[in-house]
Design a protein around this ligand. Structure first.
Ligand SMILES: [Fe+2]
Length: 316
């Protein structure tokens, strides 16, 4: 298939009329097709050695120790503290940053997005990546923590990566995010627990199984401020844990495949859009400016998605 891709002011993208046609199917399918195209583009532009990303591919998560320095993490957490006080929310407070805080976040991000990190993400995707947006989050003690605190997968493109930079320590008894390994997530999918509606989400995955079945033991990485977890939120089950009096601060990077290096898009499109949270399933990846799409289209969850694959053809 010949695609009409053009370079405009440093960014590769499809022309608008072609992009509209490519969206004419389920978002899970058009994001997977876009990912394939990004891989083809990357193969023509760049040829560099890959690094081992088997933990992320095979289990759905990995840990980057000392991703940011402890000093940098503590500094950003303090900056959150100065801005979160006037924005009362639920257990997860999403901070709407001031201009100063945006600059602070970019300083941390630029420090963390090293050549080594780029190589890791590009090896995993097989293509360039973009940061769709940042989420600046403080999880606090709360009576009714909500649906992120029960087991779920995010209905997002299957390629999507979350990089969660911890700005506070996370030990055995701290607020945290727990993961179910990909193999265990697949066992749950076989029981019909894939993207459960909020009313059907559960706290313990072992409720899905009978006595005598192998127990699912979630993974709870121990982290210091500055460490990061990297995970694929649409592929594996995960849930948050809050604490009765501790809070947790994270800087979350929402990362997707791209035809362009991440820095090119920031140079071209500016920074403000990276601080606007949005649903990354319902975006048009083919267009230059990645606009959001209406979210009311119904679609089925195909088997390859249920089982946490990136592409339909991986289902054997
Ligand atoms: Fe989630």
């Amino acid at each position: 298939m010949q695609h009409e891709i053009s370079l405009d002011d440093g960014l590769l993208a499809f022309s608008d009329d072609v992009a509209a046609h490519l969206l004419d199917r389920s978002p899970l399918d058009f994001h997977a097709e876009f990912h394939r195209i990004c891989q083809q583009v990357y193969g023509q532009i760049k040829n560099r050695p890959t690094v081992d990303t088997s933990a992320l591919k095979d289990t759905g998560f990995d840990v980057f120790s000392e991703f940011a320095s402890a000093r940098m993490a503590h500094g950003l957490s303090e900056a959150y503290g100065r801005e979160v006080e006037v924005q009362r929310g639920e257990a997860n407070s999403v901070i709407e940053p001031s201009e100063a805080l945006k600059e602070h976040v970019m300083e941390v991000a630029r420090h963390c997005l090293t050549d080594e990190f780029e190589r890791y993400i590009e090896s995993y995707f097989g293509c360039f990546f973009r940061i769709d947006h940042f989420d600046l989050m403080r999880s606090r003690p709360y009576d009714q923590p909500g649906d992120s605190y029960k087991w779920h997968r995010d209905l997002d493109p299957m390629a999507k990566i979350h990089v969660m930079i911890y700005l506070t320590d996370s030990g055995d008894n701290s607020p945290a995010t727990l993961f179910a390994r990909l193999a265990d997530t697949r066992r749950c999918a076989e029981k019909g627990y894939v993207f459960p509606p909020q009313s059907r989400r559960i706290h313990d995955l072992n409720e899905l199984f009978s006595e005598g079945d192998r127990e699912i033991v979630p993974v709870r990485p121990k982290l210091k401020a500055g460490d990061a977890t990297i995970f694929t939120p649409s592929r594996i089950l995960h849930r948050g844990i809050i604490h009765e009096d501790e809070f947790r601060d994270v800087l979350l990077l929402n990362i997707l495949p791209s035809m362009n290096p991440w820095g090119s898009e920031i140079n071209r499109l500016g920074l403000d859009r990276h601080f606007v949270g949005r649903n990354t399933l319902w975006i048009d990846p083919y267009s230059r400016f990645k606009p959001s799409l209406p979210t009311d289209k119904k679609f089925e969850i195909p088997k390859w998605v249920q089982l946490g694959h990136h592409f339909p053809e991986e289902l054997v």
